[in-house]
Design a protein around this ligand. Sequence first.
Ligand SMILES: C[S@@+](CC[C@H](N)C(=O)[O-])C[C@H]1O[C@@H](n2cnc3c(N)ncnc32)[C@H](O)[C@@H]1O
Length: 264
Amino acid sequence: MKQKLVNIIRRFGLLPLAEQAAYLRAVWLARKDNENFLATNKSFAPPPLWLLYESSGHASYRAYDYSGKQIAAVLHGMIRAHAGPGTKTLLEWGCGPARILRQMEMLDQKLTLFGADYNAQSVSWLRQTFPNIHVRQNNLQPPLPFEDGFFDVVYCLSVFTHLSAEMHKVWIDDIERVLKPGGIFIGSFHGEDCIAHLLDHELRRFEEGELVVRANVKEGSRLFCAFHPSPYLKDKLLARFYVLQVMPNPTQGMAQTLWVAGKK
Ligand SMILES: C[S@@+](CC[C@H](N)C(=O)[O-])C[C@H]1O[C@@H](n2cnc3c(N)ncnc32)[C@H](O)[C@@H]1O
């Protein structure tokens, strides 16, 4: 029912307006806990609330901090399991307000951390706040501003989930380009666990192994959604990689699937 209502609002182009109202509500609901969180975590640099909401759909510093720690630990475990011991250069593409990158910095001082995002406000806040993370802005379309074969690891959380079919093709090519041979890609996708959210016509397409895209809002924003059946990921998007691990629901409350793949 909720998805049908959202679909109608989307069709009339009213989603950004509804989103503004939802943002104000989220800030209001989180305000007391945010005050408490800042009072007990004095060294915590709070992300601007709109950036936090735009990247996560809530305005809670506590949830940002907790979920960032959880997912960074999972990603770090995957990097240790699949990337070589000499792993040094790591890029988070679509890093948003550094929910994960700032935790990666605490977890592993041996890594040289890079972040990229197309949102100029995120990039500017990151540069001011985390001087040890090298942050670059890219466009909606590739290329990333890095040389071929620069990275040991590239990961992205909830980025392909907000892009069109055409962008999937060009971005996986560019990620492959900036990875070293044998380098590791980790991406999160809306997989089989999300089918309960699909409308009937979307579900039919998903079950045929086709990418499902909900558009009619700015591409790359949280409201632009893509859903990824496993055959699409394995046989199309990641066909030139070798798949190393597939992990549905990597952390509590994260209804996405992580795919780890190596560059041939
Ligand atoms: C849902 S947020 C996730 C942010 C972060 N990865 C996290 O998990 O907290 C999606 C992020 O991808 C960024 N994004 C979307 N399309 C992009 C593109 N083509 N290039 C770079 N960043 C992009 C958005 O600006 C946003 O920061």
